[in-house]
Design a protein around this ligand. Structure first.
Ligand code: ADP
Ligand code: GN1
Ligand code: MG
Length: 376
């Protein structure tokens, strides 16, 4: 169900905001939640802004568990930011309570709402405009890993079970092909063959995790460039946002998801595939920033599999877009017919491009991985 502007404004009035909410406008480019920017009028002071979100309960089946993760992780991060002398309202998501004191609430129609302090003087990018933005986003996500290294990962709820279990995503895809609910299989035979040719790849990380060869960590799991806020003057990292999918996971998921989105030379939904490739200069920037922040805590095996993490997260995301296309676009928000198919095709183009650049990708990782050990 979608809510009108008025509804969002009415909902905003139920939160304990500084000032009188006067407007609420749809905001951002997320594929999942309904996000609004709320404007508050204050007597003889500047306007104040908030981010209001209706959590997508089709995607997130247990919102109280999701919010419990978010409340505990943001409290933990705020403590670390304060210890380092930073500004927790700017460097970390801060939930604003409902007038009852609760940090989220359920409306009369069952929708879950929450509100955050608006992080001002910071921007999110949909594509990399300057290489240093990507470098700084790598620093932000690397630092996120490092700051949460002591957080007990096992106490977090698995808000979407098997979220980055690529083998399980592959099984969902085969099921969608078999069902062919929308009669679309005939349109995507080439894409189906592309996935099937890489079935073995989908099992690699899951098996390494099960065998205890890769450690379980607290991970963000959705490390797109537009989930990090950068200072609008210096470009330096301000805060990591969109903490819905923080769960136990692999460091390679966070590294890989950033590469698939940010190291691409085109937007995730670019219909002209000739514009899509993996930019190795950007890849290098990210490796440098990420390992610079959290390289010391990563194991030799994690570093060894970083490039593979990038390829597998790209393949997985393409599989998810394709599955959603086959099932009638019920998961990701679409803004035009065939949108999920366009998204799927960019991901597969990137996978093929990474495969053709594989030697250089692994070389870049080993240069920065080794440098780190030499410094140590
Ligand atoms: P989704 O899960 O749908 O991607 P996000 O939580 O990422 O939703 O929010 C969507 C967009 O809203 C972000 O990309 C960012 O531009 C903006 N946004 C989210 N939280 C804040 C915040 N606290 N301050 C400023 N902008 C924000
Ligand atoms: C979704 O919420 P958003 O737009 O940042 C999705 C990610 C995908 C991404 C693809 C909970 O992220 O897993 O990688 O779209 N989030 C969820 O752009 O499924
Ligand atoms: Mg987002």
């Amino acid at each position: 169900m979608s809510y009108h502007m008025m509804d969002a404004l009415e909902i905003a009035k139920r939160f304990d905001l500084d000032g009188e909410p006067v407007d609420a406008k749809p905001y951002g480019c997320g594929h999942i939640n309904d996000t609004y920017c709320v404007y508050c009028h204050r007597e003889e002071k500047n306007q104040r802004r908030y981010i209001l979100q209706r959590v997508n309960s089709n995607v997130f089946k247990n919102v109280p568990e999701l919010m419990d993760n978010m409340i505990r992780v943001t409290a933990f991060l705020r403590d670390r930011v304060m210890e380092a002398g930073g500004d927790p309202d700017r460097e970390c998501l801060q939930l604003v309570p409902h007038k009852t004191g609760a940090l989220y609430f359920q409306d009369e129609e069952g929708g879950y709402w929450r509100c955050f302090i608006f992080i001002e003087n910071a921007v999110t990018f949909q594509t990399v405009e300057k290489p240093e933005h990507f470098y700084y986003s790598a620093c932000a996500f690397g630092k996120f890993q490092r700051l949460l290294a002591d957080f007990p990962a096992v106490t977090l709820h698995e808000v979407i079970p098997h979220f980055h279990d690529t083998a399980s995503r592959y099984r969902d895809f085969e099921w969608a092909v078999e069902q062919d609910a929308m009669g679309r299989v005939k349109v995507v035979e080439a894409e189906i063959a592309f996935v099937r040719a890489r079935e073995a790849d989908t099992r690699v990380l899951v098996e390494l995790l099960e065998a205890g060869k890769l450690p379980l960590r607290v991970t963000h799991n959705d490390t797109k460039l537009n989930n990090v806020m950068l200072d609008d003057v210096t470009g330096k990292p301000v805060a990591v946002i969109d903490l819905d999918t923080v769960m136990p996971g692999l460091s390679l998921y966070d590294f890989g998801d950033s590469i698939r989105f940010g190291a691409s030379t085109a937007a995730e939904d670019e219909p002209d595939l000739s514009k899509v490739s993996c930019d190795l200069g950007l890849f290098e920037e990210y490796v440098k920033g990420f390992l610079g922040e959290c390289g010391d805590m990563l194991t030799r095996e994690e570093i060894e599999y970083l490039a593979f993490g990038a390829k597998i997260m790209t393949l997985e995301c393409g599989i998810r877009f394709l599955t959603d296309y086959l099932q009638g676009d019920t998961y990701f928000k679409i803004h035009r017919p065939g949108h999920n198919l366009d998204r799927c095709r960019t991901q597969f183009k990137l996978v093929a491009d990474m495969e053709s650049k594989w030697e250089r990708m692994t070389e870049i990782v080993s240069i920065f991985g080794t440098k780190k050990r030499v410094i140590l």
